[in-house]
Design a protein around this ligand. Sequence first.
Ligand SMILES: NC(=O)c1ccc[n+]([C@@H]2O[C@H](COP(=O)([O-])OP(=O)(O)OC[C@H]3O[C@@H](n4cnc5c(N)ncnc54)[C@H](OP(=O)(O)O)[C@@H]3O)[C@@H](O)[C@H]2O)c1
Length: 451
Amino acid sequence: MDEHAPRTGAPDVDVVLLGATGFTGRLAAERLAVLQQRARSEGRPFPTWAVAGRDRGRLDAVVAALPPCAPPPEVVAGVDVYDVGSLARLAARTRVLLNAVGPYTETAPAVIDACVRTGTHYADLSGELPLLRRVVDGFHEPARAAGCQVVQLAGWEALPPDLVALHACRAATGAAPGAWGPGAGASVQRVDVSVRFDQVPAGLRSLSDAVSAGTLASVVEILGDPDAGLVGDPAGLLPTGGHGDDTAAAAVRRVSPLRLRPFREGGRLLGPAVPVAFLDPPVLHRTAALLARESGAPHTPARLREGIDHGPAGGAGALLRLAPQLALAAAQRGLAVVVQLPLSVRTGLADVVRRWLPAPGTGPRPAALHGWEWTVTATAVATGGRRGTATLRGTGHPGYTATAALLVALGLEMAEPDRDSVVAGVVTPGIALGPGTSRHLSTPELALLPS
Ligand SMILES: NC(=O)c1ccc[n+]([C@@H]2O[C@H](COP(=O)([O-])OP(=O)(O)OC[C@H]3O[C@@H](n4cnc5c(N)ncnc54)[C@H](OP(=O)(O)O)[C@@H]3O)[C@@H](O)[C@H]2O)c1
C-alpha cells in the first residue's frame, strides 16, 4: 500500500457526509440540519459538519434545500470515489466520514482505505454481504492498528436489531452499566428480535415506495459478485472467516440457521424479516463473536430468531396479514437459489436487470417517507433463564428517513470526543454505539429504551 496524504494535522470538521446529493444522502443532510437547529435552540453545542461529493452545483442545491440551519454545512466538492487523492484529502480533514455513495461493492473499499490510513471513523449503509466479508478480511487489523472504527450496514439493516439485541443480552447477563455483557463470561442462549409497524402511511403504491434506485443497484451488484454464495450464511461475517467450515462458523449455522418460516413467540405470530432476512443475522453473530474475543471468552452462539410481528397468533386475521410476508419469503428463497448459480449466468442476469433500473437519485415519494411508527424489540435469555429486553422506537420510512437518521445518530456518536469502550476495527453498529445509551438515540424520532 503506498502512502497518500496521511493525516498531518488535526481534522477541522467533525462529520463529513459523502454522497449528500443522493436520495439517502439528502435525507441524512436534512437530519443533520434539523438536529443542529434543535441543539442550537436548546443552547447545546453541535459538531461541525460538511457535505461532500463530485459536483459543487448539486451540493449547493442540497444545502439550499435544507431546513434552516446556521451555520450551514461546508461544501466540499471535487471528491470522486475513483480519485484516491481526493478521498485522502477528505478523510484527513474529518473525524468521522459517513458514506452514502452507492453501489458500494465497487466504490466503498477506496473510501474505507482512505479512512483507515488517516484513523478516521467510517460508516455506510452497504448491505452487499460479499463486500462486507472482504472489508472484514482486508481492513479489520489495519483499522484496529489505526484505532478507528469501520461500520457497515448502519441503517435499517442492521443497526436496530443489532443494538437492541446487544442491550437485551447485556440485561440478561446482568452486565454492569458501561460493560458489554454478552461474550464476557455469561453466555446467552436465545435472542428473539421482533419488528412491529404500529403506523404505516396510507396509500403506499409500488416497489418505488419501498426501495430507491440506489438500493436496487446494490442488489444487482450482489448478483454479479463472485462471492454471492455468502448470501444466506448467518456465519458470513464471523471474525474467523465465514467462508470455511471452521468450528465457530459451523456452530453458528447449526444453532442459528437462517429462518424464513413464520413462528410463534409469546402468543404472537412472527413472519420473516423484511425486506430481506439474511442481512441482520451475520451482523448480530459478529457482534457476539467480537465481544467474546474482546473479553477473551469463547464465543458460544445464541439461537437467533427475527421476525415481523403480525399480532396475536391464531385466527383468520393473522393468516391474512401473513400472506404478503410469505410471498416475500418465497422471493428470498428464490434469491438464495440464484446466488448459487454459476458466475457467468449471474453476471448475464445482472446485465439484463441493470437495463431496467430506475434513474439514480430517485426513490420513494415524499408521502411514503413519513407517517411511520415502528418498534424493534429484542428479548435475550441467558444461561440460567434470566431475561433481558430492549426496544428501539422510531419514526419515518424504515429504509430511508429512519435509515438516514440512524446513520446520522451513529456518526454523531462516533464524533463524541469522550467515548467509552471504543472497540476499533471493522465492527458492528451496536459495538460502535457502545454499551451505554447514546444521547443521539434519545430523540423524539428515534429512542432506545433498554429494560
Ligand atoms: N441498508 C439500508 O438500510 C439502506 C437504506 C438505504 C440505502 N442504502 C444504500 O445506500 C446507497 C445509496 O442509495 P441511494 O438510493 O441514496 O443512491 P443514489 O440516490 O443513487 O445516490 C448515489 C450517490 O452516490 C454519488 N456518487 C455516485 N458516483 C460517485 C462517484 N464516482 N464519486 C462520488 N460520488 C458518487 C452520487 O453523487 P452525484 O450527485 O455526483 O451523482 C449520489 O450522491 C445504496 O447502495 C443503497 O443500497 C442502504
